[in-house]
Design a protein around this ligand. Structure first.
Ligand code: PHE
Length: 345
């Protein structure tokens, strides 16, 4: 019996040493130490032994069990550790490999200019208001002192959808709409960015669809000097403190008097060069005092209320600010163009 136990011990230990699978190890455990295993069987035969032999055999059987079980445990630890190491080795990351570049998008240059202009005017207490691009003839023209048949309608060749509905040709209808909503009361201080449409042939300086930003201030005692001061602050913030502005008389049916604003040329500072076509000045926007007819049509008492309005093209401003030579660049979405305005590259 003693020998049988020793034999079993050796046999089991050998098997444990030979295996390198956790599953097999478990099978060995069940086979040798389980209830139906040979050691249990040997112990079952203990009844036949004498009273002196029994404790010696019992002790030996326990020793054998323990030896096998310790061996299995050690092997199990060893195999588990090896498995973990193997997993770690197969999952190592080579941190020296060059990374894949992550492409980061950026705001469209026009969006940036518009947001910059918005921020500037919000800082001066203006609200941003939007209006529809598909507009009624009434707001696009009539309410702006351009009755049907008015010759100045030809200045803005329009896409008509029906006789009374068109794609707005400027952002000025948002003025008319906003004033109408205020029920003849002041004050109003708004800017209105948005898309406008004209039947122009696309070239370096024309696009059938472009952006405008409209400004409108209505209140008591709003004067031409307020307009001039506002535009001067805008021009200097946008283009640099060293730039001058000048207002030239102009004509818009919805403002009286009307002006066009120029800024001094960045290159020659007013002396004349090829960029400003030898004039020293570059035209930036149209503006004027809101025409009394426009105020009255929107329900304002033009004796009590006055106002000023201005309209500018963000494309033109972006072109001057960034030195862009063709308006079509804004709309063709060439990544080589767009990524020049990225903050990331
Ligand atoms: N709406 C005019 C245009 O598109 C610009 C403008 C706006 C002029 C407001 C004066 C006042 O040409």
């Amino acid at each position: 019996m003693q020998e049988r136990l020793k034999e079993l011990q050796e046999e089991a230990i050998q098997k444990v040493e030979q295996t390198d699978s956790l599953k097999e190890l478990n099978d060995i455990r069940v086979a040798y130490l389980g209830k139906k295993g040979p050691i249990t069987e040997v112990l079952r035969g203990m009844g036949k032994l004498s009273a002196e032999e029994r404790p010696i055999m019992g002790a030996l059987a326990n020793e054998v069990r323990e030896a096998i079980s310790n061996k299995i445990e050690a092997k199990q630890n060893e195999l588990e550790e090896a498995a973990v190491n193997e997993k770690l080795a197969s999952e190592t990351i080579d941190v020296t490999l060059p990374g894949r570049p992550v492409r980061v998008g950026n705001h469209h240059p026009l969006t940036r200019i518009i947001e910059e202009i918005e921020d500037l005017f919000i800082g001066m207490g203006y609200r941003v208001v939007e209006g529809p691009e598909v507009e009624q003839d009434y707001y696009n023209f009539e309410a702006l002192n351009l009755p049907k048949g008015h010759p100045a309608r030809d200045m803005q060749d329009s896409f008509y959808i029906t006789e009374e509905i068109l794609m707005r040709t400027h952002t000025s209808p948002v003025q008319a709409r906003t004033m109408e909503k205020h029920d003849g009361k002041g004050p109003i201080k708004i800017i209105c960015p948005g898309k406008v449409y004209r039947r122009d042939n696309d070239d370096a300086t024309h696009s059938h669809q472009f952006m405008q930003i409209e400004g409108l201030v209505v209140g008591e005692n709003i004067r031409m000097s307020d307009l001039k001061g506002t535009l001067e602050v805008f021009a200097k913030k946008m283009f640099g403190e060293d730039r001058d502005i000048r207002l030239r008389p102009s004509f818009f049916p919805f403002t009286e008097p009307s002006v066009e604003m120029d800024i001094s040329c960045k290159i020659c500072h007013g002396h004349g060069c090829s960029v400003c076509k030898q004039t020293g000045w570059i035209e930036i926007l149209g503006a004027g005092m809101v025409h009394p007819n426009v105020l009255e049509m929107a329900g304002y008492d033009s004796k009590k209320y006055t106002g000023f309005a201005f309209g500018m093209g963000p494309e033109r401003i972006a072109m001057l600010k960034y030195g862009i030579d063709d308006i079509r660049h804004f709309y063709t979405n060439d990544v080589r163009f767009l990524k020049q305005f990225s903050k990331h590259e």
